[in-house]
Design a protein around this ligand. Structure first.
Ligand code: SF4
Length: 468
């Protein structure tokens, strides 16, 4: 995301999103639809809960021996004729792609959605080097035309209404297009078709990579992924190291829950299994296949508070149910990964300092944990992240002083009793219809949109005890 955007404090970014009526309309329609589809899908799938447990156990066991699985994956990819590259940082990963482009005279690259390429700002680097990147997923294509960033993990243009997309296409693709999704999809398809044939390189992410077989797995709904991986002469797949899974049997478990959690489908429309470049006698496929394994801060989190965030399948379900995301959308978060899991991934990739405001952008209601296909305990990690921010003195000093005072007060029965008595007097002007509303100073932020129960009056029994 741009530095200018990040210089704007989070409350201002969120405030602007709340005032954006188009955004509010688009978010409400899309997230409600995703929630309903997921609910219906799991309601008719009694094995779903057991598979979620199984998927979580596979992720946990894989992380225990991540190095072993990655080495086996690399061996198998190379055995199939592919090349494996290890990138410890975003810069290294970018440089690897650029070097491949330079060495092979690539002028245009078609892409199928990959949050990992967003994470390393690949498009900007390609453009800077004179290479044209073309996004080919409809949502990504829309935001590329609009010069924006994705605002959702699986639905990058979720913040746009169909009317806005029609205006954008009419302006950028020179035509008069109605706000009809079918027409707009056909327009994009026509514009993109020739790009697949012109491009020298196809760039994708990977939903999974199977260590036992060296298979890179792409889960998509639009079919463009297949063209990106088979038409250009070079295919580069970029994936975070945590995407490796041990076996094809494990893959079946993940496929059974991923699409249900993301879009409510039993399976996504296309599950593409890539096994190296084209072999002798095959009619389709690239001449070269490269797999870039991106660490970028992941491996140092294996033994940290944020370990569980490495289980994430990027299904987006936690975003759809999050009361904060549903109000402000993805751009207000300011980084590549939005929503509750995005806060943790940002802390993982960019350090705790980067989320000192965002760590509080959660009501800790637990809805994200309930819907997560691998049951990631996001609320627990957010609380621990807040604790780290306080301990590392990254949180604002006012917040640290308030929480320290509160801790002292709760630890001392006398201080607690005195403050309760004072509170009963002080609260009086703010009690309306039995609730505390419109509190002054720092408390005002809380009661601006919510209320609180007042400090309860003492019972006769409590008064009697105090008198004795
Ligand atoms: S944290 Fe869970 S629900 Fe959220 S995107 Fe990752 S896998 Fe999906």
């Amino acid at each position: 995301m741009s530095d200018a955007l990040l210089r704007t404090p989070f409350p201002e970014r969120a405030g602007a999103a709340l005032k954006d009526t188009f955004l509010q309309e688009a978010l409400k329609i899309a997230t409600t639809k995703f929630i309903d589809l997921r609910k219906q899908s799991f309601a008719g799938f009694p094995q779903g809960e057991a598979l979620r447990d199984r998927a979580r156990a596979i992720k946990e066991a894989t992380l225990q021996h991540l190095d072993v699985h990655l080495e086996r994956l690399a061996d198998n990819v190379e055995r199939l004729g592919g090349r494996v590259h290890w990138a410890s940082t975003a810069e290294e990963a970018r440089e690897m792609v650029l070097r491949l482009c330079r060495d092979r005279g690539v002028r245009m690259a078609v892409k199928s959605k990959s949050m990992a390429t967003e994470e390393i700002d690949l498009n900007e680097a390609l453009e800077h080097a004179g290479i044209t990147p073309i996004e080919t997923d409809l949502g990504e294509y829309i935001i590329q035309l609009a010069h924006e960033k994705p605002s959702h993990i699986i639905a990058p243009a979720i913040h746009k209404t169909k009317g806005q997309v029609a205006e954008l296409f009419s302006r950028e693709l020179r035509g008069e297009f109605p706000a009809d999704p079918e027409v707009l999809t056909a327009v994009a398809r026509k514009a993109l078709r020739e790009k697949f044939l012109q491009a020298d390189m196809g760039i994708t992410g990977a939903n999974f990579a199977v260590a036992d077989t060296g298979t890179v797995v792409l889960v998509t709904n639009e079919g463009n992924g297949r063209m990106v991986t088979s038409l250009p002469r070079i295919h580069v797949a970029l994936m975070g190291v945590e995407k490796v899974i041990p076996s094809m049997t494990d893959l079946v478990v993940f496929l059974a829950i991923l699409a249900r959690s993301a879009t409510g489908q039993k399976l996504s429309s296309y599950t593409t299994l890539v096994r190296g470049p084209r072999r002798a006698g095959e009619l389709e496929g690239p001449e070269e296949f490269h797999l870039i394994l991106l660490d970028n801060g992941r491996s140092r989190q294996i033994a940290s508070t944020l370990r569980e965030a490495l289980y994430c399948l990027r299904c987006g379900a936690c975003l759809n149910v999050c009361p904060v995301y549903r109000q402000i959308g993805g751009h207000a978060y300011g980084y590549t990964y939005p929503g509750p899991i995005g806060i943790l991934l940002t802390a993982m990739l960019k350090g705790n300092e980067s989320v000192r405001e965002l760590a509080h952008a959660s009501s800790l209601c637990g809805a994200c944990k309930d819907v997560c296909p691998v049951r990631i305990d996001i609320p627990r990690m957010l609380v621990e992240l807040r604790e780290h921010l306080d301990r590392e003195k990254i949180a604002p000093w006012t917040e640290r002083v308030v929480f320290k005072a509160l801790r002292r007060l709760l630890l001392s029965p006398t201080a607690y009793r005195v403050s309760a008595t004072v509170g009963r007097w002080v609260q009086r002007p703010f009690v309306r219809q039995g609730r505390l509303r419109g509190l002054p100073l720092v408390f005002g932020k809380w009661t601006k949109t919510r209320d609180l129960p007042p400090v309860a009056a003492r019972t006769f029994r409590e008064r009697w005890k105090e008198l004795q």
